[in-house]
Design a protein around this ligand. Structure first.
Ligand SMILES: [Fe+2]
Ligand SMILES: [Fe+2]
Length: 232
């Protein structure tokens, strides 16, 4: 992706530029890990009879997350004003819920990874975009947001599809609070690279803004979505 000219980066002090670059490198590793996770999820979706539009979204997600990883590396390089190596993907192994039932395992993966995690990601990135004023941060968050919404859609589309029987839906329901808790706890962790007060112009939320964004995502997107697919 071609990033816009951005004189606001050179105007930052060295410590702030290093902190933002560390954030983007950490994000690069996470995005590449999610690509690995989508690659592992794709054949399992086929195995449980996922609908063609869901599989098409899974194909897009794999490509998107690799591109996001590359964009994050590019952002780190921009803030450090030097080339940086692509980090290794964060562990992208899919969790095993130990149910012994593949249909339920795949539905749980989709519920956690796409419906909950990617919906929170979309709302969180929207919040980052809203506070940003630096051209680079605006362009990067816009690019990410466009795609993360599709990754959330993958999840909602699968859970709303005939691949999920009423019996399977009943077995999914008791897992919802636990999956919500685990994902929300991850998102609430402050980024150790960034100051608690955030760096608004460059799209980095304060700890309080981060918590508010996650709360809004759960209340306004995840819970209504769960209700629509009969899981609330
Ligand atoms: Fe992503
Ligand atoms: Fe994503």
């Amino acid at each position: 992706m071609k990033l816009p000219d951005d004189p606001t980066i050179a105007a930052l002090d060295e410590e702030t530029r290093r902190a933002i670059a560390a954030h983007w490198l950490h994000r690069a590793s996470a995005e590449l890990g999610v690509a690995v996770a989508f690659e592992a999820l794709r054949p399992r979706l086929v195995g449980v009879g996922a609908a063609p539009p869901v599989l098409a979204l899974a194909d897009k997600a794999m490509v998107d997350e690799r591109r996001h990883g590359a964009l994050c590396v590019q952002l780190a390089a921009r803030y450090l004003d030097t080339d940086v190596a692509t980090p290794a993907p964060r562990d992208g192994a899919l969790p095993d819920f130990g149910t012994g039932a593949e249909e339920l395992e795949v539905a749980l993966l989709v519920l956690g990874t796409c419906c909950i995690n990617e919906s929170i990601a979309s709302e969180w990135i929207r919040s980052c975009f809203r506070i940003a004023t630096a051209p680079t941060a605006l362009a990067a968050n816009r690019a990410h947001l466009q795609d993360e919404i599709d990754h959330a859609r993958l999840g909602w589309a699968h859970l709303a599809s005939p691949a999920i029987s009423d019996a399977l839906r009943r077995r999914l329901r008791p897992w919802v609070p636990r999956l919500l808790d685990v994902n929300v706890a991850q998102w609430m962790k402050p980024d150790p690279h960034l100051p608690r007060e955030g760096i608004a112009a460059h799209g980095h939320l304060s700890v309080e803004e981060n918590e508010a964004a996650i709360d809004a995502a759960v209340r306004d997107v995840v819970m209504p979505g769960l209700k629509l697919v009969g899981l609330a």
